[in-house]
Design a protein around this ligand. Structure first.
Ligand code: NAD
Length: 366
């Protein structure tokens, strides 16, 4: 198995000159004492929270300490499974009591999308740092309010953009930033899967805000942004719906283009209707990077104009992410593009895409 040491060795001398890389590879040395770790409570103990909790078992700088749930039985289950103190669990109703708990530094919101706004505002008021899952909200307006609330409370707002800590994605960004790819000419991003249970919250607009685009299409938007290092200035989009009953409230398959100031164009697609749809391909004048799988839990694979890529896949993405975020908050390490402002940029593109669909594919300025 490849180690983090191999990963650092691969970075070679450049690791010392790229502060962003050191921010993403927190100390492998001894685990610091608990009061020097970022102590996190998960809000909403569903399937993604379980994945984050499992990954955090291997964290050094971040530590899972508690949770917020509306299901009392989960307190027994989670405290047993992850060795957590029951004193660090709360109900949604008494969430505000978390303010008095000095053993919780941050909350990680893993609730359905439309609840991110409310719980971010409530957590900021309690003086806790906020890590919020993607999409950060269901509208631009909400995203702006979340950023303002966290600024006012002087707490961090990070979005769960785990890939910004993941080695293959970091290498793609490093290659683009170093100029190895030359001027970026084109990007191609796909992400999607076949959605199951027709009763799930992801298919209800009131809870999800939107469909495939909000859920996984956001990776295509974020990916095209980190592949170009630019912000899109226009979009044009279309939706295809093959199952209008199941996808009555939310989008099923969306294809779109995004135009960037340099003239580069990203061609993107997302779906809830089929599997094996996951790729990021960035083409520059001097080289290319192709990741596939590119956005899921991996292992991510890829190749460049130099050959096959081979990076550290020994850790879960969320282990990299939570230790990396803790390093930023605790040690002031430079943040990759994970802030609330970054989440807002994706939300602006999402809204523009929906506007374009509603306008029959018309080009919409972002
Ligand atoms: P989930 O349905 O498994 O979990 C949602 C949790 O919210 C459950 O514990 C549920 O009980 C709770 N909840 C509270 N009020 C609810 C309500 N009114 N309706 C439904 N559930 C309610 O969902 P999930 O897959 O864990 O997704 C949660 C969030 O995490 C979403 O925002 C999703 O986009 C995000 N997510 C991110 C990734 C990633 O890779 N970054 C992966 C999966 C999910």
């Amino acid at each position: 198995m490849k180690s983090r040491r191999d990963f650092l060795l691969k970075l070679g001398g450049s690791a010392l000159t790229l502060p962003i890389v050191s921010a993403l590879t927190p100390a492998e040395a001894a685990t610091p004492p608990a009061d020097k770790q970022l102590r996190v409570a998960l809000v909403g103990l569903g399937s993604y929270a379980d994945r984050v909790a499992t990954a955090m078992k291997d964290c050094k700088l971040a530590k899972l300490v508690g949770g917020v749930t509306g299901t009392p039985e989960k307190i027994d289950k989670w405290s047993g499974k992850f060795g957590l103190d029951k004193a660090n669990f709360y109900d949604y109703k008494d969430f505000e009591k978390i303010k008095e708990n000095p053993n919780i530094d941050a909350v990680y919101i893993t609730l359905p999308n439309s609840m991110h706004h409310e719980y971010t505002l409530r957590a900021a008021k309690m003086g806790k740092h906020v890590i919020c899952e993607k999409p950060m909200s269901v509208s631009v307006k909400e995203a702006q309010e979340m950023i303002a609330a966290c600024k006012k409370a002087n707490v961090k707002l990070y979005i769960g953009y785990r890939l910004h800590f993941e080695p293959y994605t970091r290498e793609l960004i490093r290659m683009r930033e170093s100029g190895e790819l030359g001027k970026i000419m084109h990007v191609n991003t796909y992400d999607g899967f076949k959605s199951g249970d027709p009763k799930q919250w992801r298919l209800k607009k009131a809870l999800a805000g939107g469909g495939a685009l909000m859920d996984v299409g956001i990776y295509c938007i974020n990916g095209a942004r980190y592949a170009t290092g630019e912000e899109p200035i226009w979009v044009s989009a279309e939706e295809a719906k093959t199952d209008p009953v199941k996808f009555k409230e939310v989008d099923e398959t969306v294809t779109w283009q995004m135009g960037f100031p340099s003239g580069a164009i990203a061609s993107c697609a997302t779906t809830y209707n089929f599997n094996n749809f996951e790729r990021l391909y960035v083409i520059g004048e001097k080289g290319f990077v192709e990741l596939g799988p590119a956005f899921g839990y991996g292992p991510i694979k890829g190749r460049t104009h130099k050959g096959e890529m081979s990076w550290d896949t020994s850790k879960m993405h969320q282990t990299w992410q939570m230790d990396g975020m803790a390093d930023c908050i605790l040690n002031g390490k430079p943040e990759p593009n994970i802030s609330g402002e970054e989440g807002l940029k994706d939300m602006k593109v999402i809204e523009a895409i929906y506007k374009s669909i509603a306008a029959g594919g018309k080009k919409i300025m972002v």
